[in-house]
Design a protein around this ligand. Sequence first.
Ligand code: ZN
Length: 491
Amino acid sequence: MENNFSIYNTLTRTKQLFKPLHEGKVGMYVCGPTVYGDGHLGHARPAITFDVLFRYLRHLGYKVRYVRNITDVGHLEHDADDGEDKIAKKARLEQLEPMEVVQHYLTRYHKAMEALNVLPPSIEPHASGHIIEQIEYIKKILESGYAYISDGSVYFDVPKFNRDHPYGKLSGRNVDELLSNTRELDGQDQKHHPADFALWKKAAPEHIMHWPSPWSEGFPGWHLECSTMGEKYLGESFDIHGGGMDLMFPHHECEIAQSVAHNGHDTVRYWMHNNMITINGKKMGKSLGNFITLDEFFNGTHPLLEQPYSPMTIRFFILQAHYRGTVDFSNEALKASEKALGRMLEGYRRLQELTPSESSTIDVSDIRRKCYEAMDDDMNTPMVIANLFDALRLVNQVKDGHATATQADIDELKTVFDTFLVDILGVRTEMAGDSAEALKPFEGAVELLLDVRAKAKASKDWATSDLIRDRLAALGFTVKDTKDGAEWSLS
Ligand SMILES: [Zn+2]
């Protein structure tokens, strides 16, 4: 299967032509959420970025196995090796069973993803459902000599590993500096070196999530689940591993070290990282008071929000930037995206109503190629959107009677929009069922007024015709007369 799809590989720091390991098939793994709180904008970006990748690979004809994990154990506060488990802490504070916390936030995460039109992955494995596999994985790393047991816990030996294999090659961290860190290990520390990380942690008596293992009653380290589950479902070598840039170090660096220690070679062929979202120029954080959940965006209930923003506005906003660029949220930026999306959907609707002519005065031959070129260039979604807006200008020229298009050209435009806007960018062109139903009588009433106005015009009753147009305009409706009759839109 031939393709021209290039993706930026964080590991090689170059754009590379994508060639899957197995003809016609792609294995991809993306780090999913730690389910101890509501999803926020920072969760939406990787989910949407890798959803577009998933959609595009499928569009190119690949059979894709997309694994996105659920972290429900072992993710300690501050991503560290000490401190409380994020889920156990939430469970303690809310007096719930840890799995109640997981189920509650997982259900809400799925709902938010569905609202954003993010397709479900092929497999969504839970860390807590793969404890046996993780224990077996640790045993093999211990056999390789790159891990040691310390008071019931097992740690990965980073300095020893680094003598044989480069540690830090993904993030480009200065490992010598990291390893020469002479910070005194405090007396409590069971690690031989501060850079070492936990593969298995012995549970403190108050720790509520623990499992039996050869070393202690305890729980797996956070980094381990992704190496274990990636290999279980995608094999010892697979094509793509994705995640947010914030996971590059230490999480993904540790994943690489674990799989090299386990298998003797790298597992992942293409590493892809999406950039972060800032809010009014600042990093998002619970302590900074600028932490806005997805539900708050959808309902407009956070004090920083001037209005609600629909899930499709959020999706469009994220896709208007290249996934490797930073995105800054502001009300102005989101309102601009809302307007742009509105113009796009209005154009899509007008496209469905075009009347074909005998000949074309527009040229649609290049649009499809340009959209593919943009996607092939490391998923340049802002360029795809720019090409679609160029195509919309043609749609509007034809609709407004300034140009003509044959049936074949109209069909080509429809194919381009259905392929790129709907299938690949995943933009929903229909309103959600409920709101569309609720708006039907309202739309009917506007249509009725326009029918009355058409009758008035036909009998040259200009006063009535103008009155209806002006009163609708005062309410925010724009009425436009076209050769197929009057059209309205809400400005
Ligand atoms: Zn991960």
